[in-house]
Design a protein around this ligand. Structure first.
Ligand code: 3PG
Ligand code: CO
Length: 555
């Protein structure tokens, strides 16, 4: 029995080169001045849209369509690429809250953590916001409640301020909320307080070893261990308020701080015998910290001293590495992804992006699995992202380089699928810099053109889509769609993703005659793309995959 064998598609041929282009943070929205995709010069994407409804349509990229708890949950790259690659919808890590509520045995399961409560401190480290992309405030609150009910006497929270998934400036409110919760615990006799913090992009939440701020990503770990940081404050509310006063301060780039007592001494660094829980559920930006907390032979930066702790993650962040070995909630098991099927069916695959999104088209695409399914059949190329500058300063990022690599891969005839993530709209969108985001969208459009031109040369097929919205709306709006202003009359810039649908376009001279989007999958989402691509490779998708978006009309 060969379970990996896919059936031949009754009508579509094999052997066409397919370019699979994922624009990151590229949603569809009404045209206005805050829709950077609309404002930018994007002739290639505009021309694809002319193919509607047979060759261009919209698909859902947020909420339950990508396994998130509610329709108010915006899409993100992890769940988006999971759905694109896996062809099915899996309940995602942010659903861990539900697991929490249902699973009263949780604290028994993590005895490893609670056995430190008698003599040690419980440290909770993670992103403090309700963005729902990497962590959830309500999950932190449940953790605090659970820990206090299960014997934690001393709790220290180490906070990372967000701004990429929530509004800039919202850190103050989140810290106040947390301080209130901790004050209530103190009333119950539990010594609970915030001990340190910093902006997520400046400290600790680095991903794929990008080390954006010149190796400073380790500084929160260091300041926790040593109780030292460039900024010292008596409490965290004062810290975030003061840090916001710095010129051009943004929540995501705050420098690290520690909370100190009346003698200027850090309230509690991590020491031998303590328990540590990282409460982010999303993997990409936690792997580095998890390694630093778990591995004895970690060498990415100096952790001296490295205390003997009991460490658990909210989830297991890397199933291959089994990292961390202790975790609170099991991650979704995303297996039998389209990448694995295609490799078993002779499809040679090339995947490429730059560092900050490299794991998106590989690790997330493959169901949070690192490495190749078959090194002989696949080639993954990472282009180094710029280091030490924020992406609004260099908004084109590595658009040209990624497109060139994809072009060369297509023209080499060595691959059947050439998959890229073009991340500009998203990474620059997260900075909230509207002008830079417009430049980024134009650059992404040019990159798409280069790839489509190469596909034309080899008589191939293209599939162009996106993982979630971002650049198509850069302001916070009221229910009737009007931009919102803050108390000082400033426009509220939306740095986060959106709940907008994303486009998908198919075409190329290799596309068989009669192939068009079906009309009977009106709610189609990212998870429907995998079956669609399998069809274009000449296969029928497994029966439990979400249905294909295409049909072949008899001409
Ligand atoms: C980030 O990690 O940069 C944001 O929180 C989410 O962005 P992404 O889902 O597009 O990676
Ligand atoms: Co993003």
């Amino acid at each position: 029995q060969n379970t990996w064998k896919l059936e031949d598609h009754p009508k579509l041929p094999k052997g066409k080169t397919i370019a699979l282009v994922v624009l990151d943070g590229w949603g569809e929205n009404k045209p206005d001045q805050y829709n950077c995709i609309h404002v930018a010069d994007t002739p290639t994407m505009d021309s694809l849209k002319q193919g509607a409804p047979e060759k261009w349509r919209l698909i859902r990229a947020h909420g339950t369509a990508v396994g998130l708890p509610t329709e108010d949950d915006m899409g993100n790259s992890e769940v988006g690429h999971n759905a694109l690659g896996a062809g099915r919808i899996f309940a995602q890590g942010s659903d861990a809250l539900i697991l929490f509520q249902e699973n009263c045995a949780l604290w028994r399961r993590i005895k490893y953590i609670s056995e430190c409560f008698k003599n040690g401190t419980l440290h909770l480290i993670g992103l403090l916001s309700d963005g729902g992309v990497h962590s959830r405030l309500d999950q932190l609150q449940l953790l605090l409640k659970g820990a206090s009910e299960h014997g934690a006497k001393k709790i220290r929270v180490h906070i990372l301020t967000d701004e990429r998934d929530v509004l800039d400036g919202s850190s103050v409110g989140f810290v106040e909320t947390l301080e209130n919760d901790l004050a209530k615990l103190r009333e119950k006799g539990i010594d609970a307080q915030i001990a340190s913090g910093g902006g997520r992009m400046y400290v600790t939440m680095d991903r794929y070893e990008h080390r954006l701020m010149n190796h400073k990503c380790d500084s929160l770990v260091l300041c926790k261990l040593l109780g030292e940081a460039p900024h010292k404050f008596r409490n965290a509310v004062e810290a975030v308020k003061k840090l916001r006063e710095h010129p051009n301060a943004n929540d995501q780039y705050f420098q690290p701080f520690v909370v100190v007592d009346e003698n200027g001494k850090a309230v509690d660094p991590i020491v031998d015998g303590d328990a540590v829980v990282t409460f982010n559920f999303r993997a990409d930006r936690m792997v580095m910290l998890a390694r630093a907390l778990e591995y004895h032979d970690f060498d990415k930066f100096d952790r001296v001293p490295f205390p003997k702790i009991h460490y658990a993650g909210m989830l297991q962040y890397d199933g291959e590495l089994k990292l961390p070995s202790h975790y609170l909630v099991s991650p979704p098991e995303i297996e039998r992804t389209s990448g694995e099927y295609l490799v078993h069916n002779g499809v040679r695959t090339f995947a490429c992006s730059e560092t900050v999104k490299f794991g998106h088209v590989t690790f997330f695409w493959n169901g949070n699995r690192s490495g190749y399914f078959s090194p002989d059949m696949e080639e993954y190329v990472e282009i180094s992202s710029d280091v030490g500058v924020t992406f609004n300063v260099q908004p084109k990022m590595k658009a040209v380089e990624i497109a060139e690599k994809a072009r060369d891969a297509i023209l080499s005839y060595k691959f059947d699928q050439v998959r890229v993530n073009l991340q500009k709209g998203d990474m620059v969108g997260h900075t909230g810099d509207i002008q830079a985001t417009i430049v980024a969208c134009k650059a992404a459009d040019e990159a798409v053109k280069m790839i489509l031109d190469a596909i034309e040369q080899v008589g191939g097929i293209y599939v162009v889509t996106a993982d979630h919205g971002n650049a198509e709306d850069m302001v916070k709006r009221n229910k009737s769609g009007q931009p919102l202003y803050d108390k000082s009359g400033n426009l509220q810039i939306l740095t986060s993703h959106t709940c907008q649908p994303v486009p998908i376009a198919i075409g190329g001279s290799g596309l068989a005659p009669g192939v068009r989007f079906r009309k009977d999958v009106p709610d189609g989402g990212l998870a429907n793309v995998a079956a669609t691509v399998m069809n274009l490779h000449g296969f029928v998708a497994p029966s439990d995959y979400e249905p294909t978006l295409i049909e072949v009309a008899d001409n």
